[in-house]
Design a protein around this ligand. Sequence first.
Ligand SMILES: [Zn+2]
Length: 342
Amino acid sequence: MIANSFFPWQIEIANKYLKNPDKIHHAIILYGLKGIGKFEFSTAFAASFLCENRDSKFACKKCISCNLIEKNNHPDFKLLIPNSIADEKKISISFDDKKNTSYASNEIRINQIRDIIPWINVKSYRNNKKIVIIYKADNLNTISSNALLKMLEEPSDDIFFLIVSDCLDKLLPTIVSRCQILHLPIPDYQTSLKWLKNNNVDNYDNWLSFSSNAPIDAFRYSMYRKNPCPSWIYDFLQLLSNNSDIHVFSLLDSYPDDILINELIDIFQKLFFDLVLISYKITPKYFIDMKKILNKLSTRSTNDVLINNFIWLNRKKKLSDQQVNKKIFLNSILNKVITSFK
Ligand SMILES: [Zn+2]
């Protein structure tokens, strides 16, 4: 199902744009930190924009248009999304989008862009306007980016593009220059806390800190583990903080399948960052529930080592997207972490 409501922290900015629908630019880039609800903003925006109830500024959720968009079945609406993200968000995509792909792709493929060209060139079915969401545009490869650019250069009168991105730097400058930029800010801390609490997230402040104050990420993480630091990593840190003998090979044998390597690297980077803060007597930013173990670890390393290894992990993160032997890769990461502490 496609979301058609804005989150509380999005209402004001949505209102600003939707109160004058006739003045909306034909191509908008919606960008902001990962995990703050940009996807839901874009679909609620499209639903509101196509809603046929004239008395309603936002999607009325009652008219035919609102019903169709909710089912991702609106003839004037297209959602271009990598199929791995569609699976994650449980969104059914059309048969055309699925064909030729037997794997969960992280990219928006050129076929997805090409498939909408005939649709762009026909008149809208219902209300003289059509809208296409491209999520996430950061995942457009060069060929797809150029195909999109061509569409933006020759817009038809009734078409609107909503291009969603975590990071403007990843988009072609020629695409950026043809669009209006809409920045979605990080919601304020109290608003996010209240929202997480209302959605029954336990220890919501721990999750919010861990997620850099991005409430949707905080919610998502809290759904699949008990604490921000996975127990396998926590146990490993306990061993490190107690200066115990660590046998990397036996650790590797117990490595759980549900921690992706990218996530493991991300967690260690956050830990190193917190440890540097602690050395300056500043409260940790990410793991606010682990002050005791972090204090203990901080006495066993230096800022230089932590910062250098943080940078080393960054390089590793880039490699982790490529085909690597998981065990060898993990082995090198764990050894690097172990040697960060004396
Ligand atoms: Zn409606």
